[in-house]
Design a protein around this ligand. Structure first.
Ligand code: GLA
Length: 449
C-alpha cells in the first residue's frame, strides 16, 4: 500500500478539521488551539537510574495524615517523563475498534493540557510484514502511523500507541511478546511518544517478568516514550512497577456507569501511597461525556481522578459534547490539582459509617491542601470536614477556594467546613493556610494574660 505524503495528509486532515469545527459550538475545536501548556519536564538525561531512593521533599506544614507513608522510587524507566500525570485523549472508551485516522485528526480537542492523542487497540494490521514488523491497518490508517505522528506533532501534540505483553492484543492484533526490541524500534522510528501496553494472550508468566522487557527495549531506543502499563492491577503493580513504567493500571476496565466508577475509586485508593512523580496509579481512562452518568456523577468522576493524580485521558467523542461536559473537562482549577508539582495522590481521610458521605484530601505544593466532599448516597446531604481530618491544626486560618464555583470563601476563622452536597456529587476546595503563626502567637499571649 502506498503511503500518502505528510503534506497531502495534512491538507486532507485540515479540511476534515475545518468541517468538524464548523459543527462545534464550543471552544474545543480548532486544532491550533489545542497547543497546550506542557507542564511535564521531558529531559530524559536528567532523571533516573539513581541507585539511591530519592526522598520526596514535603514543604513545611504538609499535614502528616495526608502525606504518603513511603517514598519508593528507585530504578525506573529511563525516560524522564511523567513528572505529573499524563493528560490527553484515548480512542478506546468511545470508539473501541471503530477508530480511524479521520477520527483521530478530528479529535482536535482544545483543552488545558491534554497533549497525548492515544490510539488504543485495532490500529494495526492483523499480520506482521515479512520481516516481522508491525504495520498500520490499511483500511483505517492508510496514511501510516509515521504520517499520523508527523501531523500530530505539527499541531504541538504527542501521539500514543498501543500494544500488548502477549502474543495478541485483546482485540487480536499482533502482540509484542517476543518482538519487544523490534516493536520498540518501530515505535521510535514512527516517533511515537506514549505506549499503552496491555496484558492479553500472554505466555502465563507474571507481568513482573514481561513488562520490564519492553521497558528495556524502550530505553534502548533512546526516545522518551511514556510507558503506560495495563496489567489491570492483577499483580499489585503499585508495589513493583515504579521501576518499570510511568503509570500502571490498578483495576480492570472502567465502564460508563456510576457503580463501575465508584468500584474503581475504591480499588485505586488502596495504592495511594505508591504514586509519585515518574510513576502513577492508573484507574483507567475517563468516561466523562460518554452519556452513561449524570453531569453530577461525571463531575465527581473527574474530581476524584484529579485528586488521585490519575492520568486524565479523555475517552469521549469530543466533537459531540455539550457545555456542561466541556466545563468539567476544561476546569483549570481542578486540572491544576492533578498537575500539582508536589505529586501526592490524595485519598479518603474520613467516612461516616455507611452513610456514603466522605471526605477526601491530599497535600499540594506550597503547604496547600485539596479537600473533596463526596456524597455517594442517594439523597442530598450536608458533609462536614474538620481541619483535623486533614491533619491541619484547628487554629489555622485558611482561605477556602471552591474549585467548581470558582469562588473564594472568606478568611473567617473556621476549623471546619460544612456544605450541602448533591446526591452523587462533590464539592472541591483548596485550603491555603494564611496566618498560622499569627494565630499561634495570639493564643500564646492569651494564655499569658
Ligand atoms: C483491555 C484494556 C482496555 C483496552 C482494551 C482494548 O481491555 O484494559 O483499556 O485497551 O483492552 O482491546
Amino acid at each position: 500500500m502506498g503511503r500518502r505524503s505528510t503534506a497531502e495528509l495534512g491538507d486532507r486532515m485540515t479540511k476534515n478539521v475545518v468541517v468538524a469545527m464548523a459543527n462545534l459550538r464550543l471552544v474545543f475545536g480548532l486544532l491550533s488551539s489545542v497547543l497546550l501548556v506542557v507542564s511535564c519536564v521531558e529531559d530524559r538525561h536528567t532523571a533516573l537510574r539513581s541507585p539511591q531512593t530519592p526522598r520526596r521533599q514535603f514543604p513545611e506544614g504538609v499535614p502528616s495524615s495526608v502525606a504518603p507513608l513511603v517514598s519508593r522510587h528507585q530504578l525506573r524507566l529511563d525516560n524522564g517523563l511523567a513528572s505529573t500525570p499524563p493528560m490527553g485523549w484515548n480512542s478506546w472508551n468511545h470508539f473501541a475498534c471503530n477508530v480511524n485516522e479521520t477520527v483521530i485528526f478530528e479529535t482536535g480537542l482544545a483543552a488545558k493540557g491534554y497533549k497525548y492523542i492515544n490510539l488504543d487497540d485495532c490500529w494495526a494490521a492483523l499480520q506482521r510484514d515479512s520481516q516481522g514488523n508491525l504495520l498500520a491497518r490499511a483500511t483505517t490508517f492508510p496514511s501510516g502511523i509515521k504520517a499520523l505522528a508527523d501531523y500530530v506533532h505539527s499541531k504541538g501534540l504527542k501521539l500514543g500507541i498501543y500494544s500488548d505483553a502477549g502474543y495478541y492484543t485483546c482485540a487480536s492484533q499482533p502482540g509484542s511478546l517476543g518482538h519487544e526490541t523490534q516493536d520498540a524500534q518501530t515505535f521510535a522510528s514512527w516517533e511515537i511518544d506514549y505506549l499503552k501496553y496491555d496484558n492479553c494472550f500472554t505466555d502465563g508468566t507474571k507481568p513482573e517478568y514481561r513488562y520490564p522487557v519492553m521497558r528495556d527495549a524502550l530505553n534502548k531506543t533512546g526516545r522518551p516514550i511514556f510507558f503506560s502499563m495495563c496489567e489491570w492491577g492483577i499483580d499489585s503493580p503499585a508495589t513493583w512497577a515504579n521501576n518499570v513504567g510511568n503509570s500502571w493500571r490498578t483495576t480492570g476496565d472502567i465502564t460508563d456507569d456510576w457503580n463501575s466508577m465508584v468500584g474503581i475509586v475504591e480499588l485505586n485508593n488502596v495504592w495511594a501511597d505508591y504514586a509519585a512523580p515518574g510513576g502513577w496509579n492508573d484507574p483507567d481512562m475517563l468516561e466523562v461525556g460518554n452519556g452513561g452518568m449524570t453531569v453530577e456523577e461525571y463531575r465527581s468522576h473527574f474530581s476524584l481522578w484529579a485528586l488521585m493524580k490519575a492520568p486524565l485521558l479523555i475517552g469521549c467523542d469530543v466533537r459531540n459534547i455539550g457545555a456542561e461536559i466541556l466545563e468539567i473537562l476544561a476546569n483549570e482549577e481542578v486540572i491544576a490539582v492533578n498537575q500539582d508539582p508536589l505529586g501526592v495522590q490524595g485519598k479518603r481521610v474520613r467516612m461516616d459509617g455507611f452513610s456514603g458521605l466522605e471526605v477526601w484530601s491530599g497535600p499540594l505544593s506550597s503547604g496547600r491542601v485539596v479537600l473533596l466532599l463526596w456524597n455517594r448516597s442517594s439523597e442530598s446531604a450536608n458533609i462536614t470536614a474538620r481541619w483535623s481530618d486533614m491533619g491541619i491544626p484547628n487554629d489555622t486560618l485558611l482561605t477556602v477556594r471552591d474549585l467548581w464555583k470558582h469562588e473564594t470563601i472568606s478568611e473567617a476563622e473556621m476549623y471546619e467546613i460544612c456544605q450541602e452536597v448533591p446526591s452523587h456529587g462533590v464539592k472541591m476546595f483548596i485550603l491555603t493556610p494564611v496566618s498560622q503563626i499569627y494565630l499561634k502567637r495570639e493564643s500564646y499571649s492569651h494564655k499569658m494574660d
